[in-house]
Ligand binder design. Sequence first.
Ligand code: UDP
Length: 239
Amino acid sequence: MKQLELLYEGKSKLIYATDSAERVVVRFKDDATAFYNIKRAKIENKGKMNCTISSQILAFLNANGVDTHFVEQVDQTSQLCKVVEHMPFEVIVRNIIAGSMARRLGIEEGVIPENTIFDLCLKDEELGDPLINDHHAVALGIATYEELVKIYEISARVNKLLTELYASVGIRLVDFKIEFGRATDGALVLADELTPDTCRIWDAETGERMDKDRFRRDLGRVGETYQEVAHRICNALNK
Ligand code: UDP
């Protein structure tokens, strides 16, 4: 597969065309951003670490019956992925209360709810990625009720698989964000990355944060911690 022109540059990734109309190359950058680009930095080797973590996890999901956009890792910072039409919302899955939910509802971080929580957020930075519900999504024409049923089913399956995977390497999966898209054959697939930038993961023994909160909250040792996550995930999945 030949990599061709740059199609899009995002905050943490570059997307290139290829000689196939059904494939793109996704390249991970070292840039870290938070709070809608107000906080910015370069973290050495983050691109490599996130590409490795996301490739390993997406291959694991593909192998366990969750269709994703991931085809293969092509080099240390790049993945070959299916071309997808991204659905303009994020699904956030929460096992432990943290972040915006803790702030918004005045709940202490670390509280474990009785049920898994699924949030939908519209991807619109000017509006601050607002929380929406199923009826809003249907009214906005961005998903049908039938698609939403499937999306929650897939999100729950991803949560089960990832919770077990992280637990096997001594990590608690607090919450994570996923996105969906429609592939060129119309199939609903999980798209985008699954990395410490898009989840909250806490060391099961020490409670230490092993995700982007280290960057957001100036906790230090961002690169070292991402490296530790990559190391544990690779060890677990390449046995
Ligand atoms: N998240 C993300 N991208 C977003 C918003 C959230 O990857 O645009 C992830 C975030 O890293 C966390 C989870 O989704 O793991 C829940 O985020 P939350 O709503 O608590 O927002 P935050 O406080 O992180 O802004």
